[in-house]
Design a protein around this ligand. Structure first.
Ligand code: AMP
Ligand code: GLY
Length: 429
């Protein structure tokens, strides 16, 4: 299989991490990244294509005209939009679920229906299409209560309300003001779970489920989990309390039952299944499913993957995952996200990023919202909210953490901010 050409859809740090991992495979000749970013513009074996990740038609044309051998779809929008179905119909093996399976992320109401029907542990909940009925329900519900827009809302459609007034305002925002568009045509209202949040992702070919190493991400913008939610400000792997016994428990009570349930519903699930979990006093419960690799989880998970990612892609798409030995490096990894001034609110773009050449050779810098403006001197500018994920591994979590922060401080751009407490709880406990 020498000389594979791969289409990689997306332009975040997750996709840069996927490209970085794919490029290490001797089987890979080129990676076409659509649209990519300033990092994938110069990464080994990579070529950016100026095609938006949401344009299913154009992406399929590009895949066919370049004669790609396989594809990986990173973000949720093209998965929910049916890109995988079209690529598979065109004969291109693709890592990612089909549209009718990606609904597990695309509709929280569907995910809750599935979990209730198949007794997969999750928060008690109810789904509403009527604003009045939803209001009546929250008026009776104990507080705090979690209000969720049904559809995709870029991670912003979940509001934890501690008063009835906040719950009513959340319903108004989602259903009356349609802040998230049609994603708010339905709402899921659920009990607030208490515990530690972890992400456990798995590869699945529809039958076999292979968990990845667990990770913890940091959603709030500021240290100590202060300030608004973001797309993710950092991540580490593994959280010590998620040991082999807990992973088996999640596999047996959540991941395998979910993949079997999807098959039973006539929606076979192949690709990556991401379980966002709360470790409660009653055991692990599902907060959400995503139909893809997480961001920033991928930036710390893939550096720990010892197996060739190309072998995983083909094993998943050909239903051979049971025969593949998926191995992981024992070394922990810590990733810190550098963001633009003002993010997650409004921010300016076009700030020159300095110090990228000062980073240690064994530290990885994954780009997200960056643009390469000068190929000769490799001048890169900011072009989004989250700019870079800097990742280090080490013999211990403490060593990985010290290494990453020692390097983060060498990279600068106007307005740059980052959390200083990523993985701190692991080294303090
Ligand atoms: P989701 O997109 O459903 O994962 O929700 C985003 C974030 O909201 C999660 O990562 C949790 O921090 C929080 N969250 C969601 N559902 C609940 C719940 N039932 N109880 C407590 N926190 C929740
Ligand atoms: N880290 C959360 C997500 O990828 O949705």
């Amino acid at each position: 299989m020498a000389g594979l050409s791969i289409l990689l859809v997306g332009g975040g740090a997750r996709e840069h991490a996927i490209a970085w991992k794919l490029a290490q495979s001797d089987q890979v000749k080129e990676i076409l990244v659509a649209p990519g970013n300033g990092g994938t513009a110069v990464a080994a074996k990579c070529q950016n294509l100026p095609v938006p990740a949401e344009n299913v038609k154009l992406l399929t044309e590009v895949a066919l005209s370049h004669g790609v051998d396989c594809a990986v779809v990173g973000p949720e929008a093209p998965l929910v939009g049916g890109l995988v179905d079209v690529l598979l119909q065109s004969g291109i093996p693709t890592l990612g679920p089909c549209q009718d399976a990606a609904v597990i992320e695309g509709s929280k109401a569907f995910a809750k229906m599935l979990m209730q029907k198949y007794e997969i542990p999750c928060a008690r909940s109810a789904t509403f299409e009527s604003l009045q009925e939803a209001r009546d329900y929250v008026d009776r519900h104990e507080l705090p209560v979690v209000v969720k827009a049904d559809g995709l809302a870029a991670g912003k459609g979940v509001i934890i309300a501690t008063t009835r007034q906040e719950a009513g305002a959340a319903l108004d925002l989602i259903m009356a003001q349609q802040a998230f568009g049609t994603a708010g045509d339905r709402v899921v209202i659920e009990e607030c779970l208490v515990g530690t949040e972890v992400s456990l992702l798995a590869f699945t070919d529809g039958t076999t489920v292979v968990p990845m190493v667990p990770a913890c991400d940091y959603k709030r913008v500021g240290d100590g989990d202060q300030g608004p939610n973001t797309g993710g400000m950092g991540c580490y792997s593994p959280p010590a309390r998620v040991d082999a016994a807990l992973i088996s428990r999640v596999l047996e009570t959540i991941l395998l039952p979910t993949v079997r349930a999807m098959a039973a519903e006539g929606r076979p699930y192949r690709g990556v299944l991401y379980a966002g979990l709360m470790l409660t006093a009653d055991g692990p419960k599902v907060l959400e499913f995503n139909a893809r690799l997480g961001d920033p989880e991928t930036q710390v998970i893939l550096p720990r993957l010892a197996t060739d990612l190309v072998d995983v892609i083909f094993a998943v798409s050909e239903g051979r995952l049971a025969g593949l030995d998926v191995r992981w490096q024992p070394q922990p990894a810590v990733g810190v996200v550098l963001a633009s001034g003002g993010y997650p609110g409004s921010y300016e773009k076009g700030k020159t990023i300095r110090g990228l050449d000062q980073v240690d050779k064994d530290v990885i810098v994954f780009h997200a919202g960056t643009k390469l403006v000068d190929l000769v001197d490799c001048r890169t500018v900011t072009d989004g909210g989250r700019i870079l994920t800097v990742v280090a591994t080490g013999p211990t979590m403490d060593a990985a953490r010290q290494k990453v922060y020692g390097n983060v401080s060498r990279v600068q751009f106007d307005g740059c901010h980052y959390r200083t407490d990523i993985a701190l709880r692991e080294v303090q406990s």
